[in-house]
Design a protein around this ligand. Structure first.
Ligand SMILES: O=C(O)/C=C(\CC(=O)C(=O)O)C(=O)O
Length: 295
């Protein structure tokens, strides 16, 4: 079996997403998406925990245009390890309309960091999901954070809500802006004002350098597609409480979903339900990501 054969239970991205009814404001940014391979050109990392279907930059840019967005922030996914070539190639072919969040090895050189900056990288991602990434000691991650801070970069963190208590001290010591993927993955069957989500809201309230992506209803919802009703109040609360520290993204091509593949058009149609005024939509989709990635 060739090394790049996708996992046999892998769900590929939607073949024919709908055109959303909601029109994003001019300059809207999809601030969380990935490119995968193609493996024949950009092989997946040997240490990867999954092998996805290829999801190319051209397919991502076509989706961007269909959905009415202008820009992408492409986030390095664990299947490419710290080999950022697929990501950098996508940014290079975006006509200035993509920026990136990379994964870097602990021994990355200053010169490499500089080159990544010039190529459009503005952050590094630390992934704390055991199913996705091997454990890296906190002091190793802290050292990376200290080295990227002078570049004005931020740290993107991906974890699940039950792990926040253990990660709290590490997150609150980070010397950069900290962007949390997918609202810290709350259990949306718990009350919105219950201890778990309150803990996350407290993290953002007490630490003005912490931002959140209000993304990925399809990963968290128990009520399911197309409305993902149970996720809406969680996203709405963050958007309304921290309007200048929230980002939105498709998470295309939606790695590791097990139950269904979302129609990206219907994900865009959720935006006016979570950001209920034109002002909140402008901040979520344009002002906030532009400040973080294109300033
Ligand atoms: O795409 C996401 O944000 C979520 C992922 C994949 C991921 O983070 C990765 O591979 O790096 C997940 O929950 O499996």
């Amino acid at each position: 079996m060739p090394a790049s054969t996708m996992d046999k239970d892998w769900l590929c991205f939607h073949p024919d997403p709908s055109k959303p009814r909601f029109t994003p404001p001019p300059g809207a940014v999809d601030a969380h998406c990935h490119v995968f391979g193609p493996a024949a050109v950009f092989p997946y990392a040997p240490e990867r925990k999954y092998t996805p279907c290829d999801a190319s930059q051209d397919q991502l840019f076509a989706l961007r245009d269909l959905l009415g967005f202008e820009r992408n922030v492409i986030v390095q996914a664990t299947c490419h390890g710290s080999d950022n070539r697929a990501l950098l190639d996508a940014i290079a072919h975006s006509n200035g309309r993509a920026r990136g969040v990379a994964s870097v090895a602990p021994d990355v050189s200053e010169a490499d960091l500089r080159r990544l900056h010039e190529a459009g990288i503005r952050g590094v991602r630390f992934n704390f999901l055991r199913r996705l990434a091997d454990f890296t000691p906190r002091e190793v991650l802290m050292n990376i954070a200290e080295r990227i801070a002078p570049l004005g970069w931020h740290v993107v963190v991906y974890f699940e809500a039950q792990d926040l208590p253990e990660l709290w001290d590490f997150f609150t010591r980070l010397p950069t802006t900290v962007v949390v993927d997918h609202m810290g993955r709350p259990d949306v069957t718990q009350p919105i004002n219950g201890p778990q989500f309150e803990h996350f809201v407290r993290l953002m309230r007490e630490h003005p350098n912490v931002w959140s992506k209000v993304s990925c209803p399809e990963r968290m919802s128990v009520s399911g597609p197309p409305a993902y009703d149970d996720v809406v109040p969680f996203a709405q609360r963050l958007v309304e409480t921290f309007p200048d520290r929230v980002l939105w993204g498709t998470d295309w091509p939606h790695p590791n979903l097990r139950t269904h593949m979302p129609d990206d058009g219907t994900l865009v149609d959720m935006i006016p339900r979570i950001a209920r005024t034109a002002q909140l939509q402008q901040q979520l989709l344009v002002d906030n990501p532009m400040r973080l990635y294109w300033a």
